[in-house]
Design a protein around this ligand. Structure first.
Ligand code: NAP
Length: 625
């Protein structure tokens, strides 16, 4: 049946063609769509590969066939392949991605795509309840999933709204650098206005999630947690807040994030500066930069966004860069999403799922193998293996083209360490901002601040009216400054020390029964992907365990020390073979002793499998008294 639906036909002109071909097979059941000439090419790098490498005639044929299949579907014909799983899904994933896909990805994506959703488990009504600390991405998710499992809970949030880091980071240019269709909960899609959502839209999304799921009734806003104590007699946690209130619960879920406590460097004289001096996560709402001299300290992900956003507004902008960053190009970083795409998402069955699945494939684990150190590699100073070296060449060529004619800037901005050694950044106009006449790049750390300016450790003096500290976060001190006391009053801070946190799966700690940490040690993604995927793994795991507790009438579960020790051993062993222990750079992933504390050494698909269901044998489970 040919379609004459003009809205759909117009929208199909904006389709990602590799996402349409599996849709065609699902709607029609026709296997010819799985073969040439309908097989797209693979994406190169982070490119969406919208045209799929198809000849124009083939592209037109695909669009016409989709329009016809959607018309038939709208007229009542059910999809021929409504929920592919296993080998059938793997075959379609290979089709959509234009390259081999291992079976484990089909298993993971069957769940994410909703073809084989994880079975919902509901706790029997045994009075088990939870306190969740934080209403950011992880805390909101925990609240949604605890509610689905029938577990009563309250969320304690220090801010006046949901969003966590997204609520707090209002600096100009703030936004995601993971595609927004992937940086969304799997169960709550949005039609994003740009491929990489900016902060206000991410915050609007999270507010929408809170409203849709009725979270606000269960969140105490303006309630800062200062401590929590385990009571072994009663088998409960007592969570204390800054205003003197206490909340007792069987379960405690920490959802305070890894990037929540701003790290303000201890620079001599900083407190004497006459003008505004603040951390990027504390951007003053009423700050006017017009005509002022601004100094930015730092050149990480936050600086990368803030500098291009304020260049041109500030009269002079000086960036203090202690070490340069690798920057990858991305053609669609600022590109608005055509409104026609929302029509496709709404009207073409399965299209949104395939679009997201392709993003997951391209962004999740694709570079993971290239971050393994090749002991035979001949150039270990500059890269860790041949593929990593090829990445280096691509990013170097890009840098040189962006800074063409400015050898001074090339020399300052080109890193010596291997790509991905620090967190990889996407270019959002960084190099172009550096080229401006009103922007100066000083390759020095700040040694001193005076009332009127800054002095670098190489002696460069810069006059400034405003100082922006893009200096990152306390990433090693999980939960800090909240004081958590577990069994026998032992402080979590004493167990972990200031920078050596460790937890089984990044979630559970011996001596701290019924405490579950999200975004904990060893679970930050350094190689790619969306943190929300990891949060969904962690929350599923902890809810699974709490439901099991309720079913079995357990008062507490406490991970066995040997299980956590084995996890940490494997974690450290995996890291020893990976890039982030390379001596050529600093990064916020590892501690002063060189141990990688924050980042996950495994692929996302591995972590998905590890956290798929909680194994009670890993825990000392105490029955109700
Ligand atoms: P960061 O990556 O830790 O960068 C901090 C910067 O400050 C580094 O350039 C560091 O230099 C510099 N610095 C620290 N102390 C200094 C001093 N005393 N003098 C001079 N320079 C100093 O922090 P961030 O940029 O806030 O990013 C943190 C993380 O947040 C990111 O890695 C990312 O995971 C997340 N984030 C993501 C986005 C996004 O999605 N687009 C945006 C912002 C943040 P060294 O490199 O030499 O240490």
């Amino acid at each position: 049946m040919a379609s004459t639906d003009p809205e759909l036909l117009r929208a199909l002109e904006h389709a990602n063609l590799p996402s349409l071909v599996p849709v065609l097979h699902q709607l029609t059941g026709d296997r010819r769509w799985l073969r040439d000439p309908y097989r797209p090419t693979r994406s190169r790098g982070m490119d969406d590969n919208d045209q799929g490498g198809f000849a124009p005639g083939v592209a037109a044929e695909i669009r016409t066939a989709v329009a016809a299949a959607v018309a038939a579907h709208d007229a009542g014909r059910p999809p021929a392949v409504p929920a592919p799983t296993g080998e059938a899904l793997r075959e379609l994933l290979e089709l959509a991605n234009g390259e081999p896909v291992a079976p484990e990805y089909a298993e993971m994506l069957a769940e994410d795509m909703g073809f084989a959703p994880a079975p919902a488990r509901v706790a029997p009504g045994t009075g088990i309840d939870a306190v969740v600390i934080g209403a950011g991405v992880s805390g909101m998710l925990a609240a949604i999933k605890l509610a689905e499992a029938g577990i009563a809970h309250v969320v304690l949030e220090k801010n006046d709204d949901v969003g966590g880091g997204w609520y707090e980071n209002t600096y100009p240019g703030a936004g995601v650098d993971t595609p927004s269709q992937l940086y969304s909960y799997s169960f709550h899609p949005r039609d994003w206005s740009t491929h990489f959502g900016k902060r206000d839209e991410v915050q609007a999304y999270l507010r929408d999630v809170a409203d849709t799921h009725g979270l606000r009734d269960r969140i105490r806003f303006g309630t800062e947690v200062v401590g929590a104590d385990w009571d072994d007699e009663r088998g409960t946690w007592t969570t204390r807040t800054a205003d003197g209130a206490a909340f007792t619960s069987r379960i405690l879920v920490s959802a305070t994030g890894a990037l929540n406590r701003p790290r303000v460097p201890d620079i001599p004289g900083l407190d004497t500066f006459a003008g505004p001096a603040f951390h990027t996560a504390r951007w003053p709402a009423d700050l006017d930069l017009d005509g002022r001299r601004v100094a930015v300290v730092g050149a990480g992900a936050s600086a990368m966004q803030v500098v291009p956003a304020i260049a041109g507004r500030a009269r002079e902008l000086t960036v203090f860069q202690r070490s340069p960053q690798w920057v990858a190009p991305n053609d669609v970083y600022f590109t608005p999403v055509d409104p026609a795409v929302a029509v496709l998402m709404a009207r073409v069955p399965f299209y949104r799922r395939w679009y997201r699945a392709r993003l997951a494939w391209n962004f999740n684990d694709r570079v993971h193998a290239s971050l393994q150190v090749d002991p035979e590699w001949e150039h270990p100073q500059r890269s860790v293996n041949a593929v990593n070296d090829a990445h280096r060449r691509v990013f170097t060529r890009y840098l040189e083209s962006e800074l063409d004619g400015r050898p001074d800037l090339v020399a300052k901005a080109l890193p010596t360490y291997p790509p991905f050694g620090k967190r990889m950044l996407l270019d959002n106009g960084w190099y172009r901002a550096l080229r401006r006449d009103d922007v100066t790049l000083v390759t020095e750390a700040v040694a001193e601040v005076t009332p009127t300016g800054l002095r670098g450790d190489g002696g460069t003096e810069v006059a400034a009216d405003v100082v922006v500290l893009a200096t990152g976060f306390h990433t090693h001190r999980y939960l800090w400054p909240i004081e958590i006391r577990g069994r026998d009053g032992v402080r979590l801070d004493d167990v972990w020390g200031p920078e050596d946190a460790r937890a089984h799966l990044g979630i559970t700690v011996p001596g701290f029964p019924n405490l579950f940490v999200t975004c904990g040690p060893g679970t930050v993604l350094g190689h790619g992907g969306s943190y929300i995927t990891i949060a969904e793994c962690q929350v599923r795991y902890l809810v699974d365990l709490v439901v099991t507790m309720a079913e079995k009438g357990l008062r507490s579960v406490e991970v066995r020390p040997e299980v956590e020790a084995e996890w940490t051993r494997r974690h450290d062993e995996a890291h020893a073979r990976m890039l982030w222990t390379h001596p050529g750079m600093t990064n916020w992933y590892r501690n002063a002793a060189g141990r990688v504390v924050c980042t996950m050494p495994w692929r996302i698909v591995d972590y998905w499998r590890m956290t798929r269901a909680a194994d009670l044998a890993d825990f000392r489970a105490e029955p109700a008294r």
